[in-house]
Design a protein around this ligand. Structure first.
Ligand code: F6R
Length: 601
């Protein structure tokens, strides 16, 4: 997966494209490049992050059209040659691409007379377009003809020297068009141009957009299609660091605000009713025998938290599947199985492919996502948005909290519709959700204390996170966050499992971080804490539980808000991971080898 962007308008394109690339860098940071277009093409590209590219970009440039790319390598290592944009031999056609061209080898054979300068699957595209142009095709026809030959997933933007339009086409990879005052924008994600416009058009699969400084025309094959505009609610500064050293820290601190948006207008505390904009009729919800949650990484852990809630609040068997391992099997009745895909980006290939398997089996599907217009929303019957706003840090933080909160609302909704949850119990869960932003703020106010603890333990050999029930997914998430951004060895365990093996790893140089809250069986977890203490491990507990203090080397208070307490604990884990990584001077927003949305299987 990569980030692509483009601009055509009245302003110089260079600053718009390079700022857009910085905002898209979360999608890939192996290499970056820009092509500026007028009667000729000026291409600048370099391995490494956008900062490295900036070193070779001119201070200013007059061209008013341009395209840009930031890469997460799939075909070919992150070298200067493999960086996009790629061009034809004459240097007249420039292409940026996100996705994978599966048939690039056979296409390459078709233009074997051309000299290729990279190992990418992308480079074949400008050569093919140049061949069509040389054969007399109009630019749009040339792009369409070549796109028709491509197998795989792609979002492509094409610039041609001497041609006033930019062309873009997509299949299974995101592309959004921005309607600005000075001109037209294109990007994989709106964060690239949010500071210029919030009026957008999401391109659909197999649609080709032709943009010039006055506007956009969209075609499906030969036919022009209507250009639907949407107004985004995201604030213009949502994709900026806002004074924080890293996006991740900003996003950790944004959690109270994000959660208020997640929850706003969606429940009534007096009645315990939840209103979600979904078409899940009571009759259908009463007929289901199972909910299957499919998701990857952090979203999978949000799903595990939710599974506990679906089972206890809605009395429905719920399984959580790692999307890349998912099959619709085991004698399930598709009519009685609701498949819920949880995905922040809405573009994760593994999750989309799991969803397609569920769709093929005939199950009803629902997406819980942060991203309006994303691919997942086109493939499901219903979507619920978590409303967390853009998340730029590669490590998911605020979106985890908002996913869990949204899923908790869904669990209450399903529970009420199925008659499995009394209004009193529903109100209890909703009270806890209402208390979540304030409780998280109390933790955020203790950041200095967390940093001191991070300083004390940063050089440990490994870190183990433990929890039970709702505390277990939070233990897994705490460990994932720490390993992602600090590169330290960290593992999450169901606390009771420690003694079945992992205890062998425990020493006085392996801090154990424990969840001791409502919903996480703190009393039982205390027994496991005693076991690790007996092996001299330091124990850090995030606790709302009376009676654990004497067993903890460090105790962090969790405000008593009930069933959402483990999510408050998670904010301590996030701050701890952040400060351990910061002390080690890691690349926190862009950890090595990772990218934010993983659009390859
Ligand atoms: C971890 C992280 C990843 C994502 C995973 C799924 O911090 O961000 O584990 O959670 O790649 O991504 P989405 O939610 O976009 O499907």
């Amino acid at each position: 997966m990569c980030g692509i962007t483009g601009y055509v308008g009245a302003d110089p394109a260079l600053p718009i494209i390079s700022d857009g690339l910085s905002n898209l860098e979360y999608r890939g940071y192996d290499s970056a490049g820009v092509a500026l277009v007028d009667e000729g093409l000026s291409v600048y590209k370099r391995s490494g992050a956008v900062a490295a590219l900036r070193e070779i970009l001119p201070e200013s440039a007059a061209q008013q059209r341009g395209i840009g790319h930031t890469r997460w390598s799939t075909h070919g290592p992150p070298t200067d040659e493999n960086a996009h944009p790629h061009t034809d031999e004459a240097g007249r056609v420039a292409v940026v691409h996100n996705g994978i061209i599966e048939n690039y080898e056979s296409l390459r054979a078709e233009v074997s007379e051309c000299t290729f300068t990279s190992e990418t699957d992308t480079e074949v595209i400008p050569h093919l377009i140049a061949r069509e142009l040389a054969a007399g095709s109009a630019p749009r026809d040339a792009v369409q003809t070549v796109a028709d030959c491509l197998a795989g997933s792609f979002a492509i933007v094409v610039a041609i020297a001497g041609v006033e339009q930019l062309f873009a086409i997509r299949k299974d990879s995101p592309l959004v068009i921005g309607h600005g005052e000075s001109g037209m924008f294109l990007a994989s994600d709106v964060t690239a141009f949010l500071e210029h416009t919030r009026t957008v058009t999401y391109l659909e699969d197999n649609e080709l957009a032709e943009l010039d400084s006055d506007g956009v025309s969209i075609y499906r094959g030969e036919d022009a299609v209507a250009v639907e505009r949407e107004q985004l609610e995201w604030e213009a500064d949502a994709a900026e660091k806002g004074g924080y050293d890293h996006y991740m820290l900003k996003e950790i601190h944004e959690q109270p605000r994000a959660l208020r948006k997640t929850l706003s207008g969606r429940f009534d505390l007096d009645s315990g009713a939840v209103t979600l904009d979904v078409d899940l009729p009571s009759e259908y919800l009463n007929s289901i025998e199972e909910i299957q949650i499919v998701a990857c990484g952090t979203s999978n852990y949000a799903g595990r938290y939710a599974a506990e809630l679906f089972e206890s609040l809605a009395d429905v068997r719920t399984t959580v599947e790692i999307a890349s391992e998912y099959t619709f099997s085991g004698g399930r009745d598709p009519w009685r199985t609701l498949v819920v895909a949880v995905t922040q980006s809405g573009e994760t290939a593994d999750t989309l492919s799991a969803l397609r398997r569920a769709n093929r089996a005939g199950a009803r599907t629902l997406a819980v996502t942060n991203t309006l217009g994303s691919t997942v929303t086109r493939e499901v019957e219903d979507s619920v948005f978590i409303r967390a706003g853009p998340e730029i840090g590669v490590a998911a933080t605020k979106t985890f909290a908002s996913q869990v909160a949204t899923l908790a609302l869904l669990a209450v909704f399903v529970g009420r519709e199925r008659g499995a949850l009394s209004s009193t119990d529903a109100i209890g869960v909703l009270e806890s959700l209402r208390g979540l932003p304030g409780a998280i703020q109390q933790v955020l106010d203790l950041e200095d204390e967390v940093r001191l603890v991070a300083e004390e333990y940063a050089e440990s050999d490994a870190f183990f996170f433990i929890g039970r029930r709702l505390g277990w997914p939070v233990a897994l998430e705490g460990a994932l966050k720490l390993k992602e951004i600090s590169y330290d060895h960290a593992e999450g365990f169901a606390a009771g499992e420690l003694k079945h093996g992992p205890l062998a790893l425990v020493t006085d140089r392996t801090p154990v971080l424990a969840v001791l809250t409502d919903g996480s069986r703190p009393k039982e977890t205390l027994n496991n804490i005693k076991e690790v203490q007996a092996r001299s491990a330091p124990v850090i507990g995030a606790s709302s539980f009376d009676g654990g203090s004497s067993y903890l080397d460090v105790e962090w208070d969790v405000p008593a808000i009930g069933v959402m307490e483990p999510i408050v604990t998670n904010v301590y884990w996030q701050l701890f991971a952040y400060h351990v990584a910061d002390l080690k001077d890691r690349s926190i927003d862009q950890p090595r080898n990772l990218a934010k949305s993983v659009t390859v299987e």
